[in-house]
Write a protein that binds this ligand. Structure first.
Ligand code: NDP
Ligand SMILES: N[C@@H](CC=O)C(=O)O
Ligand code: NA
Length: 352
């Protein structure tokens, strides 16, 4: 069996976890050969496959700058003719996402948990799909929604087999699920909002910058990704979701510290909901018939499944379709965290 050759872009939380999951596979070397790893500043490459037990030290000591624009020709020098290669983009970078057509037309398939290519301009999205079809290269993105949960594959199966999507609704953010499960729980003691956000970041649930989660941008991107898989909505979001400009420094530690100033405001929201026997949940909806796509923080009765059945970073997504009738198809489980996200990426690699 020929191995699948991998170029790993972005060895951060998810990327590093993916590498350790690959290394732990039985006969890992026979299945996957990692020939290239790059961060935004350094890269390593080798013909024989990078040693997955020492890659971090090798990358840290490398002085080779990445040049992703010429990745297809770099890879051609590392992989035997006919070898199947996948670029795994574990960044959250728009710049890397815009290179997918270059990768796909250069004979490289792509697997990614990065939402940018799928939720930005429709032009880029369509270009990616058509380039992949023309060049016979694959692109898979299960972990862009619900991390490793089978959300994208389920929706594709429903649509491809001729079911009609009526509505999709649910809690689509692991970070916001964790935050509101902890902060506005049915029974639990009240905790300061900012302290819960801090833990969500420490657990690896947030985007590289947590403002992306708290602004609702991450959920908006996920709703865009799902909507583009539904025939009635596929071409109706021309702009997609533009990146918010984040002006606070670093990777958001300062931003999280300053959230203390908003604890009082959030506590008022929580108390107002509790007075009515409700808890706060951040829920996204795609109502196909009404042509409405929305996401909002809203009070839900404590008896509602979004209030009672979720804990940790759980996502819950209900697919209301013609075939499933009054009882929707429901997928639920951890929707964020490096381990479950890397699993979704690795699952896509196995599919390829
Ligand atoms: N965490 C989660 O639960 C989930 C995450 N995702 C997605 O997974 C992706 C990765 O998330 P996460 O691992 O948490 O993020 P991290 O910030 O931990 O890792 C990002 C990595 O990308 C690298 N990088 C950034 N820009 C570039 C570039 N231009 N070229 C090469 N490498 C680059 C960074 O390297 P450097 O050190 O050089 O900056 C870093 O290694 C994101 O798109 C996120 O939305 C999806 C589902 C769940
Ligand atoms: N930050 C995201 C990670 C997965 O997409 C989330 O919290 O859901
Ligand atoms: Na998923």
């Amino acid at each position: 069996m020929a191995p699948l050759y991998l170029a790993i872009v972005g060895p951060g939380l998810v990327g590093a976890k993916l590498i350790s999951q690959i290394a732990a596979l039985p006969s890992a070397a026979a299945r996957f050969r990692v020939v290239y790893i790059t961060s935004s500043t350094r890269s390593i490459r080798t013909l024989d496959g990078i040693d997955l037990s020492t890659w971090k030290a090798s990358l840290n000591s490398s002085t080779t700058k990445p040049d992703l624009g010429s990745l297809p020709s770099t890879i051609a020098q590392l992989v035997p003719t006919g070898g199947k290669v996948v670029v795994v983009d574990n960044t959250s970078s728009d710049d890397v996402a815009t290179l997918y057509p270059t990768f796909l037309s250069g004979g490289l398939s792509v697997v990614t948990p990065n939402k940018k290519a799928y939720s930005s301009s429709l032009e880029l999205y369509n270009q990616i799909l058509s380039t992949s079809a023309t060049h016979g290269t694959s692109i898979l993105n299960e972990s862009t929604v619900g991390a490793g949960l089978p959300i994208i594959s389920t929706l594709k199966d429903l649509v491809q087999t001729g079911d009609k999507i009526i509505k999709i609704e649910g809690v689509l953010s692991g970070t916001l699920s964790y935050i509101f499960n902890e902060f506005s729980s049915v029974n639990g003691p009240a905790k300061p909002f900012s302290s819960v956000v801090k833990v969500a970041k420490e657990q690896g649930y947030t985007e590289p910058h947590p403002a992306d989660d708290l602004s609702g941008a991450d959920v908006a991107r996920k709703l865009t990704i799902l909507s583009r898989l539904i025939p009635e909505l596929a071409q109706k979001l021309p702009q997609g979701y533009k990146s918010v400009s984040i002006t606070t420094s670093g990777l958001g530690d300062d931003f999280v510290r300053r959230l203390v100033d908003f604890d009082h405001e959030y506590d008022n929201l929580r108390r107002a909901a509790a007075k009515e026997g409700k808890v706060l949940r951040y829920v996204g909806v795609i109502d196909v018939a009404a042509g409405v796509i929305k996401a909002a923080l809203e009070p839900y009765p404590v008896t509602h499944p979004f209030a009672t059945s979720l804990s940790g970073s759980d996502n819950i997504i209900a697919f209301h379709t013609e075939r499933y009738g009054a009882r929707p198809l429901i997928v639920q489980g951890a929707g964020a965290g490096a381990d479950v996200t890397a699993m979704g990426v690795l699952g896509d690699l196995f599919k390829i």
